[in-house]
Design a protein around this ligand. Sequence first.
Ligand code: ATP
Ligand code: MG
Length: 447
Amino acid sequence: MNMQLPADVENIIQTLENAGFEGYAVGGCVRDTLLGRVPKDWDITTSAKPQEVKALFSHTIDTGIQHGTVTVMQNHVGYEVTTYRIDGEYEDARHPKEVTFTSSLAEDLRRRDFTINAMAYSHSTGLVDLFEGEKDLREHRIRCVGNATERFSEDALRMLRAIRFSAQLGFEIKQETCDAIRELAGSIRKISAERIATELIKTVTSAHPDYLEKAYKLGLTAYVLPEFDAMMQCPQMNRNHCFDVGTHSLVGMQQIQPEKDLRLAMLFHDVAKPLCKSTDETGQEHYYGHPEMGAEMTKKILRRLKLDNDTIAHITALVRYHDERPELTDRALRHFLNQIGVALLPDLIAIKRADILAQSEYLRKEKLEYLSQLESLCAGILARNECVSLAGLAVNGKDLLALGIPQGKQIGAILKYLLMIVLDHPAENTKEHLMEMAERYEKNLEE
Ligand code: ATP
Ligand code: MG
């Protein structure tokens, strides 16, 4: 079998072989190439020790020398070259106590998580597939290398990785591998929030975000995302809905582009519904206040997962405003744009559309029609450059100071007052007029 390798990778392997070492492309890049996908990056595994790798290439970076990894730079692209290794005994399902270098490719492949990730390739040897990884690729299956229970006991993160690869590739997880996850799910608590978040995000931004349901069924989200379990266990007796809250959110994720913020906002937009549920006299259920409470809960969850503050603010705002339905007048929409912040609009519309598409057919046409009108009216307001925020006001704080209004809280209050006027009447957004209004407002206060 002959596999296409990038010239840089051929070069690195050739250089290693010329010096008497072995070198192979390994792991994800081999898997993806066999699938006809373009690999994100190319990892190389070698019999050469890190110091020996460094001696062979002019530009290298010590990425993780103690784990055997040296980054080799070729034409400004970095390739991770890692020495064959055996992970020593695992402490507490998380960290190998030590890593030992080995001269055996087979031993290096045996420590890897899944059969489809445990293949190596070089032009001189061809494909090295010791665990039927190619067969599992063909049969669309995720299976541990060796005994699943043992492998998950060594490193609990692998359980979430199984879900993630299953979602990215649309593969089934082998029964025995599923059973082992169900048995060991609780040990995921030993894994750091950052590593958990990485796998969760890769899962929800994949081609099959709805496979998160597998993590629920196998008992993993009970530990890493208990809020999602509550959603899955919350039916919705409401004519707008045909799914429980969890399934509605999974379907919603399928209806929106695979971007982290959008998928996470979709996942969490109704997170507070289980807590906000009430039933009216006709038996219909309602969820008053769920966007506000949902925004609070989302912030907490994303903080727990150690996401950065900008990401948290963006996703939280989408959750907070996902259910806003302003009146379709220019005036109301200018207030709406001021409330949400113009920058949020495109993502918010995407969220609202996906939300509708994940609901029942009831009034769907009307809901989508409303949304299109909202979108085009907002586009008109922005195209006419109408003021929808303090930044768009024809006067600023400095102008008010020049009028003799004292520095302090009052400046902010006056600017807000002027903004409210301009949101109602865009024609009034001229400096002359607003200065006059400011003066009058100030005088009234003095009297
Ligand atoms: P991606 O396309 O997401 O980068 P990948 O297969 O390259 O997928 P990585 O997390 O980059 O995944 O890991 C590279 C390789 O290292 C894997 O293919 C696998 O062979 C091995 N590996 C990574 N993490 C583990 C782990 N926790 N346990 C065992 N082997 C692992
Ligand atoms: Mg990788």
